[in-house]
Design a binder for this molecule. Structure first.
Ligand code: SAM
Length: 402
C-alpha cells in the first residue's frame, strides 16, 4: 500500500515500471487488455454484482484482491472523490531498437494534453497501429488521465520513445516506413495520398504548434483532412482517429494490390494467357485454328487414345466447350471420337497436320523463351511440372474431402 502512494509521481512510476488504476471500469478494462495487474484493492462498501464479477475475474487471473476501508482508498488515491477500486499494474517495457516494428505506427510529436494522448493510444490500438512513437523523453503515458482516456490501452500498446523527432524519423526510415505528416495546411488531401504498399508512420503534432517544420521537411508526404467552415484545425485526437482509419485503409489496399501482383498464381495465369494468345494468332494465320484446338490435338496424339474426361482436365474446359473445340478437328478428319463418345484418337491425317503445324508451335516457343538459356528452359519446364503436380494432388485431396 505504501508503494501505491509513492506512485503518484511520473518519475516514481517510470522508475518502478508500475502505474495505478483507479475505478472498477478501468481495472476491468486493463484486465481485459491483458495488462499484468499485481494487486487490486476493493472498498468494503463496493457490493454491487459488478464488483463481485470483477473480484472473480481478477481471482481467476491470479490477481490478489484485498478489501480495505473506503477511507483508506480515498487517501491512497490522493483525491477528494470516493474510490471503490484501486489496482497496481506493470507498465509494458519500452521496446529496444532490436525489437521488430509492425506495419503501421503513430508518431506523437510533443502531444501535451494527457486526454489527447490517451485518446490517440486508444484509437491506435482499436484501428490497428502496432507502434506508438514518442519523440521526447518527458511525455508521461502512465498518468491517471492518460490511463483513463486510453481505457487501459496504454498497458497493452508498444510505446517507443526517442530523444527527438529527428531520431524517431531516422529510425522509422531505416525500418522502411513511409512517413506521412498530418497538418491542416498539408499539401495533399489525405484521402488521395499516394500511400505505397509498405509500412506507414502517421505523424501528428502538438496541440498549439502542430508538427515542426523540421519533421515536415524530413517526411515523405504532408497531408491534410479538408475542413469546412472557418475552423483553424481539428482536435489532435479527432484528427488522429480520422487519419488512422483513412491511411491504414489506403495502406492495406496498396499492400493488397502489391501482394496480388506478386502471387505465383497470377504470374502463371498471365503467362498462360499471353502464350496462348500468341499461339492463337500464329495458328489462326496458318490454319484458322485456335491454340486450344492444336493443344487438344497434341494431347490426344501424345497419349494415342485419350478419355474425354481427361481432356476436360488437361484443357481446363467443360464438356460443352470441349465438344465445340473438337468439332472442327473431327470435321477435317483429324480426330475420331470413339467408344460411344467417351474417348478420342488422332487419325493419320491428323498426325500429318500436326507435323505440319509443329514448326509454328516451335517458332512461338522460341519467341517466348527468346532470352532464356537451354538450362533455364529445362529448369522452367521441370518447375512448372512440379507446380502442376502439386496443384493436381491438392485438387484431388480437396475434392476427396468434399
Ligand atoms: C490542433 S492541431 C495543431 C494546430 C496548429 N495550429 C497547426 O496549424 O498545425 C494538432 C494536430 O492535429 C492534426 N490535425 C488537426 N487538424 C488537421 C487537419 N485538418 N488535417 C490534418 N491534420 C490535422 C495535425 O497533426 C496537427 O499537428
Amino acid at each position: 500500500m505504501a508503494q501505491l502512494r509513492v506512485l503518484s509521481s511520473a518519475a516514481a512510476r517510470r522508475a518502478a515500471g508500475l502505474c495505478v488504476l483507479e475505478g472498477r471500469s478501468l481495472v476491468g478494462q486493463a484486465l481485459n487488455a491483458g495488462a499484468p495487474i499485481r494487486v487490486a484493492l476493493r472498498a468494503d462498501s463496493a457490493g454491487a454484482p459488478q464488483d463481485e464479477e470483477l473480484t472473480n475475474e481478477l481471482g481467476g487471473s491470479g490477481v490478489p484482491v484485498v478489501r480495505v476501508g473506503a477511507g483508506v482508498l480515498r487517501q491512497l488515491s490522493g483525491g477528494s472523490r470516493p474510490v471503490s477500486w484501486l489496482a497496481m499494474a506493470a507498465l509494458p517495457d519500452e521496446p529496444g531498437p532490436e525489437q521488430a516494428w509492425g506495419d503501421f505506427a503513430v508518431v506523437c510529436e510533443n502531444i501535451e494534453d494527457p486526454g489527447n494522448l490517451g485518446t490517440i493510444l486508444r484509437s491506435a490500438r482499436a484501428l490497428g497501429a502496432t507502434d506508438v512513437v514518442l519523440t521526447d523523453v518527458v511525455t508521461d503515458v502512465s498518468s491517471r488521465r492518460v490511463l483513463d482516456a486510453s481505457r487501459g490501452a496504454v498497458l497493452a500498446t508498444r510505446v517507443r520513445r526517442f530523444s527527438s523527432p529527428c531520431a524517431a524519423l531516422r529510425a522509422l526510415h531505416d525500418a522502411g516506413f513511409q512517413v506521412v505528416v498530418t497538418s491542416p495546411r498539408g499539401r495533399g488531401i489525405q484521402a488521395l495520398a499516394s500511400v505505397q504498399g509498405r509500412r506507414v508512420a502517421l505523424v501528428v503534432g502538438n496541440e498549439t504548434d502542430g508538427v515542426s517544420a523540421d519533421t515536415e521537411a524530413a517526411a515523405d508526404l504532408a497531408v491534410r483532412i479538408p475542413m469546412a467552415g472557418s475552423v483553424e484545425s481539428l482536435n489532435v485526437g479527432v484528427a488522429t482517429g480520422i487519419s488512422l482509419y483513412e491511411l491504414r485503409t489506403r495502406m492495406v489496399l496498396a499492400m493488397l494490390t502489391d501482394r496480388i501482383r506478386g502471387t505465383l498464381g497470377r504470374e502463371i495465369s498471365l503467362t498462360g494467357r499471353f502464350v496462348r494468345e500468341l499461339l492463337d494468332e500464329a495458328m489462326r494465320d496458318a490454319e484458322g485454328l485456335s491454340s486450344a484446338q492444336v493443344i487438344a490435338l497434341m494431347v490426344v496424339a501424345a497419349e494415342r487414345c485419350t478419355p474425354l474426361a481427361e481432356l476436360h482436365g488437361d484443357l481446363g474446359v467443360g464438356p460443352a466447350e470441349l465438344e465445340e473445340l473438337l468439332a472442327p478437328l473431327r470435321d477435317r478428319g483429324w480426330l475420331i471420337v470413339a467408344d460411344e463418345g467417351r474417348a478420342s484418337a488422332v487419325t493419320l491425317k491428323g498426325e500429318q497436320a500436326l507435323a505440319a503445324l509443329w514448326p509454328i508451335q516451335e517458332q512461338v516457343e522460341e519467341e517466348v523463351c527468346a532470352d532464356l538459356s537451354p538450362e533455364e528452359r529445362s529448369t522452367l519446364t521441370a518447375l512448372l511440372r512440379r507446380v502442376q503436380n502439386n496443384a493436381r494432388q491438392a485438387l484431388d485431396r480437396r475434392q476427396g474431402e468434399r
